[in-house]
Ligand binder design. Structure first.
Ligand SMILES: C[S@@+](CC[C@H](N)C(=O)[O-])C[C@H]1O[C@@H](n2cnc3c(N)ncnc32)[C@H](O)[C@@H]1O
Length: 231
């Protein structure tokens, strides 16, 4: 982080437990997947074993299980993991995870890779490399770099008593973006403030390379979903 050490990287408010990275457990427990599991499923062999890093309350775990994958779900929040059934769960920080086995797929989605803590991100990628089988792959989800340049505050009502707002967008340093997400479900309201690092293709490629990984392809036209393999 260099000169950014005084910047608070994550902060969450609202009812129920909040994870160290500011996510509201009770909010994530209400969410369902929106096509991500099918995208992931199509990029790996049928029945591929999955290590899901930052699994949260199992929004993606559940459909991956239903698609025939065995999943080991990792999160540092026991309250998040308590919502997961049908998968092995491991309560651990991603950066120190050292399981005695490898997986066909290591999944690190939900923009967790975009932490503004550069050392932490390097450790996340080393964890991916440690746990991916020689013929396996790593799938990462990052916001496309263009998103960082163009994102505007917004408010979206979903019609079922939910709203999502993005406010307070600022750029506290080169390649960094700070913003607050506000989520309401009925009477409940949560906020999640975070600082993210813009990861363009060159930077991502360099950081993957340092971890012993190489991009094999993007899974979508926006280049949000990145498939990488061991070098
Ligand atoms: C934004 S939520 C996404 C959860 C889930 N992937 C989804 O899409 O619904 C991020 C999750 O990653 C977990 N997480 C973030 N940083 C972590 C770390 N360093 N070690 C372990 N878990 C972490 C949080 O506890 C949280 O449950």
């Amino acid at each position: 982080m260099g000169g950014m050490t005084s910047l608070r990287l994550y902060h969450g408010t609202g009812p129920g437990p909040i994870t160290p990275d500011g996510c509201a457990v009770d909010y994530y427990a209400t969410l369902t997947a929106g096509g991500e599991p099918e995208l992931i499923h199509a990029a790996v062999p049928p029945g591929a074993g999955v290590l899901e890093l930052g699994a949260g309350a199992g929004r993606i775990t559940r459909p991956l299980l239903a698609l025939g994958h065995q999943v080991v779900a990792v999160d540092e929040s026991p309250e998040m993991l308590a919502h997961i059934t049908g998968a092995e769960t491991v309560c651990s920080p991603i950066q120190t995870l050292a399981l005695p086995r490898t997986f066909d797929l290591v999944l690190l989605m939900s923009f967790v890779i975009e932490t503004a803590d550069d050392d932490l991100r390097a450790a996340f990628l080393r964890t991916c490399r440690r746990h991916v089988a020689a013929d396996g792959c790593v799938i990462l989800q990052r916001k496309p770099p263009e998103w960082y340049d163009t994102v505007q505050p917004f408010e979206r009502a979903t019609g079922d008593g939910r709203t999502v707002r993005m406010t307070g967008i600022s750029r506290p340093g080169p390649g960094l973006l700070e913003a607050t997400m506000e989520y309401t479900v009925g009477e409940r309201r949560w906020t999640h403030t975070f600082v993210s690092r813009r990861l363009d293709d060159d930077r991502l490629e360099r950081e993957l390379d340092q971890a012993g990984l190489a991009i094999s392809r993007f899974l979508d036209d926006d280049r949000e979903w990145v498939r990488a393999v061991p070098r």
